[in-house]
Each structure stands twice: as structure tokens, then as C-alpha cells.
Design a protein around this ligand. Structure first.
Ligand code: SAM
Length: 250
């Protein structure tokens, strides 16, 4: 794990309690502007654009991300310097679940759809440093910029700021390991057929999808209406981790 950028971030925030960054990631102010989040001792609050709040604990290196328009959910939460000491049980499951396969499969390319602050790629590279390429996609351009500038933990991690479906339509790569963590309204028949194409079905592959974990999926869960036909081209297993349902496909 390459800590160059992470150390730059740790130095950047060291003397502040509240940082506002504009869309070019230039400092705009050190004044507290939000009344919703008050930093406690050791904490710094970073306001990124108008919708993203990042809370970082300088002592523990815990970093969390919240979207103001979905304030009831923590989008991600992990320790910057120990990304594999997981704080999110379903992420821990997804990363550890591939450990055995990774040791005896020749895993070259990984794809992460739903990067946020990068708990998945940073823990992958920390735990499996032999992975050759990790492509990460997020629809939020500011998060991608922020991750690339401050949190990216290896030169084998490549970041693409676009809708996941556009990425899988256009990528020239194939992947043996795919982590999907985006709102389930994006997981359509078309999306899954593209995933099938880019995962080289004839070779070993593992695709893991966090299908529950946002508002629209809660509704599906209550009505027990998950359409498993979406996964008919795959061998499918599922695992309930707290309130998240992980589909494991190959
Ligand atoms: C729950 S967070 C992912 C957290 C990540 N697994 C982690 O542990 O760090 C979901 C992310 O998906 C992104 N997202 C939402 N819709 C997307 C789409 N259609 N394509 C790509 N990314 C998307 C959001 O911007 C958000 O950063």
C-alpha cells in the first residue's frame, strides 16, 4: 500500500477543524459553515462541493462520508491507515470472501463500481498486493477527484468518473473480480448482461453485488420482490450481512 497521497492528506488536514473545498478542490475557507456537523476533539470536517461531508478523525484515521441529500446513510467508513480493519460488515465480507479464490486464481483485473472514498480498492491492495489492476468507477466527479488527489493507495488503482453502466459499455478490459455497490435501481437486465460480457464467463470470475443498502432497495426488501431473473446468466449465491444482502455470482 502506497501511503504517499494519504500522508499528504494527513498533513493537509493536520491544523484545521473545518475545511471547505470548492469543485476544483481548492481551499475556500477554514470557517465553520455548516450547523449540522460540529467537529469533536481530533475531528476535522471537510465540506466537498454542496452535498458531500467528509468527517476525519486525526487520531484514529477513521474517515466517513455522508451525502447531505441522503443524510440518513453513511456512504462509507473506514480507517485510512488500516483499511482492512473494517467498520462496514458487508464490505468486510466482500473483501474477505475473495481471499481463497485470489490465492489460487490468477486474478489480474478487478472492477469496483461505486468508489466513494475507496474502502474497497484500498483494502484490496492492502490485503492482496499482487492484484495487477483495479478500475474504480463513481458517478460523482468530486469524490473521484478527491480520492485521486488524497486517498488513492496504489498506482495500479485507476479511477473513472462516470455512470457505472457507461463504463461497462465502453471498457476494453475484462475483469475476474467485480464489486458493485451502487443504488439497486441501476442494476438492470441490461447492466447484468454487460457485466456478463466484461467478466470473461469462460474463466474464473467472482461478481459481488450489495443489493440492499439504500432507500429504493428497502422498498424491494419489504415487498420481497427482488427479481432474481436478473442473475439468470450466473451461478448465484446470496448472503445476508446485517441489513445488506450480497449476491455472489460466477
Ligand atoms: C455506498 S457508496 C460505496 C461505498 C464503497 N463500497 C465503500 O465502502 O467505500 C455508493 C457510491 O456509488 C456511487 N454511485 C451511485 N450511482 C452510481 C452509478 N450509477 N455509477 C457509478 N457510481 C454510482 C455514489 O456516488 C457513491 O459514492
Amino acid at each position: 500500500m502506497d501511503l504517499t497521497k494519504i500522508n499528504k492528506f494527513i498533513n493537509f488536514v493536520a491544523n484545521y477543524k473545518y475545511i471547505t473545498l470548492n469543485t476544483k478542490l481548492k481551499l475556500e475557507s477554514f470557517q465553520q459553515t455548516s450547523t449540522i456537523f460540529n467537529p469533536s476533539k481530533n475531528e476535522v470536517i471537510l465540506e466537498l462541493g454542496t452535498n458531500i461531508i467528509i468527517i476525519y478523525n486525526k487520531k484514529t484515521t477513521k474517515i466517513s462520508c455522508i451525502f447531505l441529500d441522503e443524510i440518513e446513510y453513511i456512504q462509507t467508513e473506514f480507517f485510512l491507515l488500516k483499511p482492512n480493519k473494517f467498520l462496514t460488515p458487508y464490505v468486510k465480507f466482500m473483501i474477505e470472501n475473495v481471499s481463497q479464490s485470489l490465492h489460487h486464481k490468477n486474478t489480474n483485473n478487478c472492477l469496483v463500481i461505486g468508489l466513494c472514498l475507496g474502502n474497497v480498492p484500498n483494502s484490496l491492495i492492502h490485503m492482496y498486493p499482487f492484484i495487477k489492476r483495479i478500475d474504480c468507477v463513481d458517478i460523482n466527479g468530486l469524490l473521484c477527484k478527491f480520492y485521486k488527489k488524497y486517498l488513492c493507495a496504489s498506482p495500479v488503482i485507476h479511477v473513472y468518473s462516470m455512470d457505472g453502466i457507461k463504463f461497462i459499455k465502453s471498457t476494453k478490459h475484462t475483469y475476474s473480480l467485480v464489486f458493485i455497490d451502487i443504488p439497486c435501481s441501476f442494476i438492470t437486465k441490461k447492466f447484468m448482461s454487460l457485466i456478463n460480457k466484461i467478466t470473461a464467463p469462460n474463466s474464473d470470475r467472482i461478481i459481488q453485488i450489495n443489493i440492499i443498502g439504500d432507500g429504493d432497495c428497502k422498498k424491494i426488501k419489504e415487498n420481497k420482490k427482488i427479481n432474481e431473473n436478473l442473475f439468470s446468466n450466473f451461478n448465484t449465491k446470496k448472503k445476508q450481512i446485517d441489513s445488506n444482502l450480497i449476491y455472489i455470482l460466477n
